[in-house]
Design a protein around this ligand. Structure first.
Ligand SMILES: Cc1ncc(COP(=O)(O)O)c(C=O)c1O
Length: 359
């Protein structure tokens, strides 16, 4: 039997477990557009309870629920502030501009995390020449910032500052439960400093799809209308909501295992000549590292590794990301680390980088 491909590109590559598939098959469903899908309703109620917030709306994807949040808080001509590595700023295809007429202003934080000192002075004066600064977006855990998690006090400072200046705060909490496990706070504590949060079920939690926007009733009412306008309203979505409920019951605590495995992988590659990484900086399930240019480009390395059965992302000319998740074991990570070592230190065969992998 052919050996399994080791897929470290993302935690989005996970497939539903047998238990999750059973939950999907057995889900009670109805027309969600009429508010009649009992499983979607149960999921939304559960998220409100878990986060101590008033309302929630189920979404197809994290991009979609982030964009609901932006539309709920902003008007055309408004501006949002976000770290320069933010997913909303870089990987959502310009949606704030396309869908809501909102300008994105990036600020330079550290490891994808901003603090009040980065925001100070960034609110536009009340003058007809400027757009209106309306929203602060915080990503926790940071993805391209390095997979790190915000300290709770830092979030509290941001929330306080935003409220004092009449701004709203939206959290892109695609991997919020990874942050909670890494830092020891609850999601409720973290979101108490913001107006809305988007949470993904399709990443470390292992669902086939789905995200949720949770927040105050007024914002979620606006988000629900945005969902319709963006073509994302759902019908018998209870089958997917059932996967999310299953994941909340079974897949949160196990994220700790992904964090340990990420550290194991980081330590296993740290002494490779040509790889630059500080394993101590690996806090969650995302492992970023640099390849010295004398060994070629990150994309070339990704192609070489793929030919040896390991899938990994080049996220910059010399930067790569490996991601741990429920479909990859510690042994597979050690195998991947060995293959990485061979690909970096062995003879460099020339490879062609397909456009889809080029950075
Ligand atoms: C931090 C972050 N936010 C949002 C998203 C968007 O999620 P989706 O791919 O479901 O649209 C991602 C996807 O990887 C992400 O990493």
């Amino acid at each position: 039997m052919a050996s399994r491909f080791i897929d470290l590109r993302s935690d989005t590559v996970t497939r539903p477990t047998p238990g999750m598939r059973r939950a999907i098959a057995e889900a009670d469903v109805g027309d969600d557009m009429q508010g009649e899908d009992p499983t979607v309703n149960a999921l939304e109620a559960r998220m409100c309870e878990l986060l101590g917030m008033e309302a929630a709306v189920y979404a197809c994807s994290g991009t979609q629920s982030n964009q609901f949040g932006i539309r709920a808080h902003c008007l055309p001509g408004d501006e949002l502030l976000i770290d320069e590595f933010g997913h909303i700023a870089n990987w959502e295809a310009g949606s704030p501009a396309v869908l809501s007429g909102v300008t994105v202003r990036t600020v330079r934080g550290r490891d994808g995390m901003i603090d009040v000192s980065d925001l100070e002075g960034k609110i536009r004066p009340d003058n007809q020449h400027y757009c209106v600064t309306r929203l602060v977006c915080v990503e926790n855990t940071t993805n391209h910032g390095g997979g790190v998690a915000y300290p709770l006090e830092q979030m509290a400072r941001i929330g306080k500052w935003s409220r004092e200046h009449g701004l709203k705060t939206h959290i892109d909490g695609a991997r919020i439960f990874n942050a909670c496990i890494a830092k020891g706070y609850t999601a409720k504590e973290f979101v108490s400093h913001a107006e809305t949060i988007s949470i993904c079920f399709s990443k470390g939690l292992g669902c086939p799809m789905g995200s949720v926007l949770v927040g105050d009733a007024e914002s979620i009412k606006k988000a629900r209308r945005a969902r319709k306008q963006f073509g994302g309203a759902l019908r018998q979505a209870g089958m997917m909501a059932a996967s999310a409920i299953y994941a909340l019951d079974h897949h949160i605590d196990r994220l700790a295992e992904d964090h340990i495995n990420a550290r194991v992988f980081a330590e296993a590659i740290a002494d490779i000549n040509g790889i630059i990484i500080d394993p101590a900086k690996v806090e969650t399930n995302l492992v970023f590292f640099e390849l010295h240019p004398r060994h070629g480009s990150a994309a070339e390395l990704a192609v070489r590794m793929k030919s040896r059965g390991v899938n990994i992302y080049a996220t910059g000319p010399q930067r790569l990301r490996a991601c741990t998740h429920l479909d990859v074991t510690k042994d597979e990570l050690l195998t991947a680390a060995k293959i990485l070592r061979d690909c970096v230190t062995g003879d460099r065969v020339s490879v062609e980088v397909p456009a889809s992998l080029a950075y």
